[in-house]
Write a protein that binds this ligand. Structure first.
Ligand SMILES: NC(=O)c1ccc[n+]([C@@H]2O[C@H](COP(=O)([O-])OP(=O)(O)OC[C@H]3O[C@@H](n4cnc5c(N)ncnc54)[C@H](OP(=O)(O)O)[C@@H]3O)[C@@H](O)[C@H]2O)c1
Length: 334
């Protein structure tokens, strides 16, 4: 039986699916705030970075391809690009140490980098790439940044209604059996939601608040592994190639993450799963465009179990109490 927190309810934020990140931040002054946006140089992440900078924040942008990131952000001096490959946990400590040398506290971390529906790819010690990049890479990054995450910090984990397709595959998270790119993406997006849930619980006393968000459906480079001929059948585009009804622009797609990162309404709602700039309700349909959240992405027992598995795999656990840390220690995670 799935165990989860009480029924999630929208808070009446006053924003809707059509609002952009700039709309959400219009009356928010982030002068002096330090933020970090993984994937902050493409798609939704780029829009997120730009909106946070316009609101006054300084933004660290970790980049798998630093030259590409530097080009995308060349006119944005408040955004600082540093190399990081979430598929290679050996790059995480160097990146995190440089960030923490520069700023004592990170006010906002938006974990938005991700890959979707890739061909089967193995990284690190043979980990499945979606699970490794979308989840374990962010798990390692946030753990390495732990000393800069205080009770005034917020971590936003960018999940997806893609989580509808799969719970955690506890018996085979790395797809040692048959591989399916969509299920691999779905599992990683459930993991993103559970990560926020447990990080928030662990941070209850002195650590960060954490939230998961579904940004909506937006055409970005994320779809690069899906052949264009399939886009119409998947309902993503109209016959003329324009985005289907219900799709958002990248600026609208960035809105829920910045809302979760800044809204006072969420101050005592840590762990919430959000969409369309509000807390999402239980999913009542399997239509991902409608969204909502499935019970397995809100299961506190699964969230704790995933944390334990991730700590074991990466060798990192900077938020659990000393007694519950088990054998996990700060380490390279290889
Ligand atoms: N677009 C949608 O409809 C949609 C819907 C639901 C959820 N989401 C979620 O939103 C997030 C952002 O997606 P997007 O649409 O903005 O996609 P995107 O434009 O493809 O951006 C993804 C970013 O992640 C980075 N990244 C990929 N692998 C990485 C690695 N190993 N190390 C470091 N960075 C890496 C990419 O860098 P490179 O460009 O260098 O590869 C890119 O900057 C994802 O988590 C996605 O699951 C998107």
């Amino acid at each position: 039986m799935t165990r989860h927190d009480p029924t999630p309810r929208p808070l009446g934020s006053g924003f809707t699916a059509s609002n952009t990140a700039d709309d959400v931040l219009r009356d928010v002054d982030l002068t002096g705030a330090n933020a970090l946006v993984t994937g902050g140089y493409s798609g939704l992440g780029l829009e997120t970075t730009l909106a946070l900078v316009r609101a006054g924040a300084r933004v660290f942008v970790p980049a798998r391809r630093p030259a590409v990131a530097a080009r995308a952000l060349r006119d944005v001096p408040a955004a600082r690009v540093l190399p990081l490959d979430l598929a290679d946990l050996g790059t995480v400590p160097t990146f995190a140490d440089e960030v923490l040398r520069s700023v004592p506290v990170l006010d906002i971390v938006i974990a938005g980098a991700g890959v979707m529906a890739c061909p089967e790819t193995r990284v690190g010690p043979g980990w499945e790439a979606h699970f490794a990049i979308n989840h374990l890479g962010h798990f390692a990054l946030v753990n390495h940044l732990a000393s800069g995450l205080t009770s005034r910090s917020r971590v936003v984990s960018v999940s997806s209604s893609g989580h509808f397709l799969s719970d955690l595959r506890w018996d085979d998270p790395h797809f040692r059996g048959d591989y399916d790119g969509w299920l691999a993406y779905a599992q990683s997006k459930t993991a993103n939601a559970l990560f926020a849930l447990h990080l928030d619980a662990l941070g209850a006393e002195t650590g960060p608040r954490a939230y998961a968000v579904h940004p909506g459906s937006i055409l970005t480079p994320l779809q690069r592994h899906v052949p264009r001929e399939e886009w119409a059948d998947l309902g993503w585009v109209r016959p003329d190639g324009s985005p289907s009804e219900g799709f958002k622009s990248p600026a609208q797609g960035a809105a829920t993450a910045v809302w979760a990162a800044t809204s006072p309404l969420l101050a005592d709602r840590g762990g919430a799963y959000c969409q369309d700039c509000d807390v999402a309700e239980w999913a009542t349909t399997d239509d991902m465009l409608v969204g909502g959240v499935k019970p397995w992405a809100r299961d506190v027992v699964s969230a704790a179990r995933l944390w334990e598995l991730s700590a074991e795999l990466t060798g990192l656990d900077e938020f659990s109490s000393v007694e519950s840390r088990g054998t996990a220690t700060r380490g390279p995670g290889r």
